[in-house]
Write a protein that binds this ligand. Sequence first.
Ligand code: GLC
Length: 541
Amino acid sequence: MSSTWWRDAVIYQVYVRSFADSNGDGTGDLPGVVSKLDYLEELGVDALWLTPFFPSPQADGGYDVSDYRDVDPMYGSLDDFRTLLDEAHARRIRIIVDIVPNHCSDAHPDFQAALAAAPGSPERDRFIFRDGLGEHGELPPSDWQSKFGGPAWDRVPDGQWYMHIFSREQPDFNWRNPAVREDFDRTLRFWSDLGVDGFRIDVAHGLMKDLEAPLRNTCGADNAPLLSPPEGDNHPFWDRDEVHEVYREWRKVLDEYDPPRLAVAEAGVSLDRLPLYVRQDELDQAFNFFYLRCPWQADEFRRVIDSALAGVASVGASTSWVLSNHDVVRHRTRYGLPNGTDPVKWLAGNGTEPPADDALGEKRARASVLLTLALPGAAYLYQGEELGLPEVPDLPAEALRDPIYERTGGREKGRDGCRVPLPWNADEPAFGFGAGTPWLPQPQGWGRYAASEQEGDEGSFLALYRRAVRARRQLLALAPGDGIEWINAGCDVLAFRRGPLQCMLNFGPTPVPVPAGRVLLSSTGGEPQELGADESVWVLA
Ligand code: GLC
């Protein structure tokens, strides 16, 4: 097995809770994933990234882990996981699990022990406990804000405060404590010994905090800076240089295995600093959220693609391309919004203003998959995008489960709208998701996106994805390598050559001629001579 299989892989994200429910309890589970492996094999993906299925009170959809080395009964058992590994491997599909090192659940035994122990104890030192400010310590130790809204500090009965970048049920670990590090090494080995092929590292840029007293306030700068020079390192808790020490240690653990286990970082850092996470002695890959956030414009895409390729080339890594995941508005819907619309604000109004142009979003989503799959590097697909699923922006307030809704006092709706359980079969209960009532309501008409409806329809999203993933694999055999060569086809057109393949996407209103050669695939189906607005094509020279 190639030790760098991931460089050009197509990796499919399974949001386990919403994928397929095997036992009718309304929640997706591991046997549900097994039941869909034939479908995934046919789609042609190389690997699955499974979102956390570990024991968890589910305060943040499983990103609040109470035991890192087991399976939550709601998702099945460790034996079910072993079955999934075996069955996936038998189909040459690799398995990536999601490791959440920045924080655990407040139900984790280590945090419970810390709560029971005294201030200054070794138990508390596994987390970030501090005395408060003010005469009686009644004020938080700093102005740090939680990503989910409200202060990043909560007070415990003896008066101390603990830090949580996310919800109060997700206390942050103290990564300067060797016991914390050792425990995560054990977790990496536990899953690697079972045979997993890699790890997705949650909030990889957040582990190290500047805890020098007095704590530095952020004065409202609560995200990692979008633009910072490689020598950055100036935020008290995002993207600090010391975090790389952790990944150098992890590299050694990952390299104990043959082939070495993959690690892909979720690091919301500047484009300049992202390559630091994928240096040879650190992690392998990092999500490219610049691609995901790129406005629908040819020059912007070209800039993001060039910078991403140059960044990874500087450290010998390969980049990734991602358009959707379980944290953002699905791209079919985003692409139907006028440029410049903030999807989070749009969601806050239940997706009414401005109205999304679904036909436009659909066209662009179809065009974009050919772009994504033509580029060198790994492509990460989010479950349901191959069905052309849109966002569900108008879930009723009482159905919402994302802690963001509550923590922002309802100002933000949260991420449930991209997590609605998948439609598999239009004629079955819950559209084939499972026999029970799904944990999030599926909208009326969800059945029209069902895989059953698209099967056998050559014009469907599913057919386009299947053909593109397959063709990509064949082309890669002809043209490995990380380079592309831009072709000048006008300001509104993105066109490039990669080996024998030419990919072209027209972002502008004026039709452009399709390059000479054999049309392999087009976003509209058929073999067009011209590309209209928001259409794309693959041509073999
Ligand atoms: C990551 C996950 C997100 C989660 C957060 C806290 O951003 O993708 O779903 O809420 O980390 O763990």
